[in-house]
Design a protein around this ligand. Structure first.
Ligand SMILES: Nc1nc2c(ncn2[C@@H]2O[C@H](COP(=O)(O)OP(=O)(O)OP(=O)(O)O)[C@@H](O)[C@H]2O)c(=O)[nH]1
Ligand SMILES: [Mg+2]
Length: 348
């Protein structure tokens, strides 16, 4: 009896030992493999030409908006809509983040003109008109002898530094010489992070000490670019200060400094996290006033984004989306494709 128990105990111990060894080996194997980059499952391209987001991939990204829009597909009416149908469209638009102003306008147009081709087509046309407006090219034109400066602004954590890294890589790949300005002097790690992106992208970088004047760092970067005949300065800025009014005052000052000869600010890109929702509107309003924003970078469209906010921003401020971020890696930058975006949003 005792020997049977002993045998069972020994068997259990032996089995546990085998499991531990196997797990350990597996663990070692995993460690020895280079960790996979957190790339989105699609959009990985080996070609030089960056593909724009396809409708299919975007549709997956904008899944939460699609769920909302699915409800207007139940309105089969062609022609004039009943008050209940108009109410449904209103509710759907509001919930999809396109904002009150745009919703009110679309609904009153539907009330007045009806939807001869169906409600989805009417909403699609309206949204497309709005998000396709404006120039989506990054500005490069400067007076003679000046260096174009692209400023990236936005609240902390939205993806400014990452987007700068991706843009720098794209510019360098296209044969331009780029100087990065580490204008986020709020914490030393910010300049370290940008230095890493400079290394990855092949851009030059100018950085200052933690707590130093960001305007001075950007001014130095412009000086270096002018002296070396570089094509472009891309400036990072802090997403936080001790109070937000400090941050916005500082941005106004940075913009003035960057726009002084030999620099010329040709783009001020407001970076927005696409998952933010309506809060992006108030962020945009504040930054627009402080830094004369010229366009938007929409990041984290690889997450569960509610894309209706793009239409709200385009409608309210006339701001074109110039850059789209779909992941954390260097190649995860896409041009904004309005028809694909609206189709994805509506789940078409
Ligand atoms: N999934 C995903 N993550 C992103 C994207 N862009 C940035 N991130 C991640 O978002 C986090 C914040 O990005 P940063 O570039 O440091 O943001 P920031 O605006 O510079 O932040 P502060 O410097 O703190 O103001 C990082 O973990 C990035 O890897 C994107 O398009 N998709
Ligand atoms: Mg940053």
């Amino acid at each position: 009896m005792t020997s049977t128990v002993l045998l069972v105990v020994l068997a259990v111990v032996a089995l546990s030992a085998v499991i531990i060894v196997v797990r350990h080996r597996r663990g070692r194997r995993v460690v020895s493999v280079t960790p996979r980059e957190p790339m989105p499952e699609v959009l990985v391209s080996g070609s030089e030409e960056l593909p724009s987001l396809t409708t299919e991939t975007l549709a997956r990204r904008l899944s939460s908006s699609r769920g909302v829009f699915d409800r207007i597909r139940t309105v089969a009416t062609r022609g004039s809509l009943s008050p209940e149908e108009l109410e449904l469209v209103e509710e759907v638009l509001l919930r999809s983040d396109v904002g009150v102003t745009l919703t009110t306008r679309v609904v009153s147009e539907l009330r007045e003109h009806g939807a001869p081709d169906g409600v989805v087509a009417a909403v699609r046309d309206r949204l497309l008109d709005i998000v396709a407006a404006g120039n989506r090219d990054m500005g490069r034109d400067v007076s003679s002898g000046r260096v174009p400066v692209w400023l990236f602004v936005g609240v902390n954590g939205v993806g400014k530094t990452t987007t700068i890294g991706k843009v720098a890589a794209r510019e360098c790949r296209e044969g331009r010489t780029v100087v990065l300005a580490a204008g986020d002097t709020f914490r030393a790690a910010a300049a370290d992070q940008l230095s890493l992106w400079a290394e990855r992208s092949g851009a030059d970088i100018v950085r200052g000490a933690e707590g130093s004047d960001p305007g001075a760092v950007i001014h130095d970067a412009i000086g270096r670019a002018a002296a070396k005949g570089c094509d472009l300065v891309i400036a990072d800025t802090a997403g936080r200060r001790h109070t937000s009014s400090n941050l916005l005052d500082e941005l106004s000052k940075i913009r003035r400094v960057a726009d002084r000869e030999p620099g010329q600010v040709t783009e001020t890109i407001l970076v927005l996290d696409a998952t933010t929702g309506q809060n992006a509107i108030s962020q945009a309003r504040e930054f627009l006033a402080a830094a004369q924003v010229t366009g938007l970078a929409l990041t984290k469209l690889d997450g569960t984004a509610r894309g209706g906010i793009v239409a709200a921003l385009a409608d309210e401020f006339g701001l074109p989306v110039k850059l789209v971020g779909v992941g954390e890696s260097i190649d995860d930058l896409r041009p904004f494709d309005p028809p694909a975006f609206v189709d994805a949003l509506l789940g078409e």
